[in-house]
Ligand binder design. Sequence first.
Ligand code: ADP
Ligand code: ASP
Ligand code: MG
Length: 414
Amino acid sequence: MGIVVQKFGGTSVGDTDRMKRVADRVARTHRDGNQTVVVVSAMGKTTDDLVTMAARISDRPPERELDILLTSGERISMALLAMALHERGVPAKSFTGSQAGIITDAVHGKARIVDITPGRVRGALEEGNVVIVAGFQGVSQDTKDITTLGRGGSDTTAVALAAALGADVCEIYTDVDGVFTADPRIVPAATKLTRISYEEMLELAAQGAGVLQVRSVEFGRNHGVRIHVRSSFSYSAGTWVGPQEDMVEDAIISGVAHDTSEAKLTVQQVPDRPGVASRLFSALAEANINIDMIVQNVSEDGRTDISFTLPRGDTHKARAVLEPLADEVGAAGVKQDDDIAKVSLVGAGMKTHPGVAARMFGALSAAGVNIEMISTSTIRVSVVISRDQVETAVQAVHAAFGLGDDLIVAEEGA
Ligand code: ADP
Ligand code: ASP
Ligand code: MG
């Protein structure tokens, strides 16, 4: 008898009829003889609605209370699914993240799982139950307060539980057939990948492919969890995420990701001397702000602009830290640009194939897209562009690399 973890996202449990269909699938997995753990998201847009409601009450709701509010969405799902299983003659028990032993740090809104003590989950499985766990939430080791794991966090609940329980597989059921070469909502020609390595999936997820939360892929990689991303609306196979050595063939490029959730801040006319960048970025780090790309221009007359990207939601906090500092170090000021997007090309084959960046930039230029910033890793090239060109850019890059049925062959020497 194996252990199977199945996670169902918001669309998959979007209304009571869909909830019943999920119950049918779970019942089948249980009757096939598997010890079955189900992680559920909040129904449909419930989490967004709760965020909106909180914003109507307060501009800055206390983070502790916001987390308690947001976890209620997943509680609704877990109880309804348990009821639907009982209705089908399948014994089921639901647990909150805290009851399931999901222990986190104390950072509200983006807590990290630090330990999992799934005693009650194991006990309920031993008694023959299907165990349902509310996704996206845990309890802080230090403060004992309820925390949330960041948007998309139910993926991480599922993979982390799969790791802790030694599950045979972690199935992520969603509203698309698997992981595609680009977001199928933006690129209709995108194709489903049969397999993808943890490393490539990590890069795609980190660069905006919201189909898996980044931390879920990290858990998968660190604990060797086999992840199967698939559609909750069909029984066909989806995409397997696993170690590089399991990949049948080495594609040069695996996909294109885009991210429209960041903003760019520029500290203007910074005196070009040792220690200034260190002061700026230390202060941002202390404020718990994650910086993404950084560009420092060539200095002219001893002064230079430093630009960086960060989550748009953090710009308030960042400016509060930077503006007094900019004054102090004698910079001219801080400028904000919200209308940016990041487009990234990811592929393990880049390590050994030269010319990938050149081809990407060529495709962007042919599509009339101006590049504002560039950054790379060994398996990724990312560019920051104007937000209104994001669809054009993703489609152009996707086509230029022949990732779908939209191949554009660049002219020789172009
Ligand atoms: P769930 O609610 O099931 O967690 P999400 O909305 O979080 O679903 O993730 C699924 C969505 O991710 C898809 O509907 C799709 O628009 C988006 N997505 C972005 N990039 C990709 C990609 N490369 N492959 C598949 N889906 C992607
Ligand atoms: N309900 C949460 C969200 O919408 C968590 C999740 O669905 O993974 O982000
Ligand atoms: Mg999700």
